[in-house]
Design a protein around this ligand. Sequence first.
Ligand code: LMR
Ligand code: MN
Length: 377
Amino acid sequence: MTLDRLSETHRSNAILEQSIYLYRDVLDLPDVPEPLYTVSGLRCVDRMRFRGYHNKALRVLQRMKLRLTNSVEIHNQMAVTYLILGQSKNAKESLLEAMKINPKNGFALAHYGFILKTEDHSYKDAIKYLREGISTGEPGTIDGRFFFHLGDALTRDGKPSEALQVYEDGVQRGLFLSVYQRSLYNEKSLAARPFWSPEQTTYSHYLKMLEDNWEIIKSEALPLLQDEDQGFFNENEGLKKKGTWKQFEMFARGERIDVNCMRTPKTCRLIENIPEAAYCRRGQVKFSLLLPGTHVWPHTGPTNCRLRAHLGLVVPEGPRIRVANDTRKWEEGKFLIFDDSFEHEVWHDGSSLRLVLIVDFWHPDLTMQQKLTLSAI
Ligand code: LMR
Ligand code: MN
């Protein structure tokens, strides 16, 4: 423990590694009593994870499982490690083992429901497990992600009023900023409203510069649509209820995507003149194509640290966007600006394609320090 603390105060990886291996050595001691064995092993796993050694952590857990055959905690920790490694099938198996030992274990129930929702899209079963897990209130169950996905599963299962109750509960517990603003990576004290005017953003000059060039931007975007498989990719977060929604990314997480910018040099050059967008590590710059008949589920972006500006490039009659309880339409050559940490939903009931340029900007209330240090999303 002393080394472990020391590594935190000194932020030293060398000391952290020493403590990891000391904890692990405890597992090899002859006749080590079970409580010490358990605490050392779990602490070792925790520290390994902190260091990014997920496969090593898994091996320690597999070993521990042989001695602690009835430990729900070991299975749960294995599941968490598998989830971090992107192995959701294995994670599910570990959770099933945990629930075999204790069918009422909240941690296992909530995590199992989470995977059913996010990986399998089995909404009804996900609702059952998430609800039951959360209702235990056990450590690790009152987590924004569980409330977020329980509400979303209820929405998609056609139960909006039950979803609303979950969101209200989440707000009460301090997990969401508000019923509509459900982003989970948030900074404090940022102005929050669904739609923004150009003046409110403080970026009017940039927005006007892009509007002045909208036809040039459009002329770079249109030829990309001729190209069957390159550049435009289907939205891949499972947000679409029906139809076709594709995007062509030029900047993401504050970095320029060179292969794509080679095909849209003028647009990328324009964006490079806007540091608040080009270096917005919590956003993207992309073309977004929506075909008639598309409906995008109500959804919420990950963070309140960006504002999302849409420049209309090809806008027929028919498409519309709701943000919180305000529904608006795009216009060619004009920006529509919203905060996508608020729930939004999109329909296209027209008969020809809609194309916009999406530009994410750092939220204007962030300090320079925040813009330089916030993690990328
Ligand atoms: C979104 O950002 O969720 C949508 O508004 C994107 C789009 O193309 O309308
Ligand atoms: Mn969105």
